[in-house]
Design a protein around this ligand. Structure first.
Ligand SMILES: [Mg+2]
Length: 199
């Protein structure tokens, strides 16, 4: 029995923080783990910026509500869920993901959470567990699933390597040489083709 673990941002929807940066005009929010490799430092910096700019959870959710899935994502995910079980495994937060999950037809989501104050202030972030993506694959294997994983970035590599089959979707250029064992797909047609081989 197969199950597919898919990353969210860069696979089904655009990068959330980059969109928040664009739509709020706060350029500093564009920083990603490629600029600041320590995720804790990066998230604390983002939360400080939101505090400084007096942006609370509803402001951010309004921005996220304007983000649409990538072209073809809804149809692709609908197809995938018709042929196998799918779990979206993301580093995002449940309070951010809601509007996007609605547009994707409410797939199952494993992710992190935010601590929200009574006034809507984003007070902190909580990782559900360390290395959550990789651990999701490990756990599904113990349930006797053959796990296929799909992702686009560095935070997916441990999950892709742990899976029985790992597939890159539109990764940065250098990934081909950096991770030569992982097949690279560039669009949903290619991804569908390779998944059909494995399923
Ligand atoms: Mg991603």
């Amino acid at each position: 029995m197969h199950i597919v673990c898919c990353d969210l941002e860069g696979v089904f929807v655009p990068e959330i923080w980059i969109n928040v940066a664009q739509k709020t005009g706060i350029e500093e929010l564009r920083l990603t783990t490629r600029d600041i490799s320590d995720y804790d430092v990066l998230m604390k910096r983002r939360l400080k910026i939101l505090e400084r700019e007096h942006l609370n959870i509803s402001d951010i959710q309004k921005v996220i509500a304007t983000i649409n899935p990538l072209e073809g994502a809804v149809e692709f995910l609908y197809w995938l869920r018709s042929v196998t079980q799918v779990i979206i495994v993301s580093d995002t937060f449940v309070q951010f993901a809601g509007p996007l999950m609605k547009k994707l037809g409410w797939p199952t989501l494993f992710c992190n959470s935010l601590t929200i104050g009574a006034d809507g202030t984003i007070e902190n972030y909580n990782l559900r567990q360390k290395d959550g993506k990789k651990k999701a694959v490990i756990a599904l294997k113990t349930l006797n699933y053959n796990v296929i994983a799909v992702g686009d970035s560095y935070n997916d590599i441990a999950m892709l390597k742990e899976a029985d089959k790992g597939i890159l979707f539109r990764p940065p250029e250098n990934f081909k040489s950096e991770f030569p064992d992982l097949p690279v797909t560039h669009n949903y047609q290619e991804l569908k083709k390779i998944l059909e081989e494995y399923l």
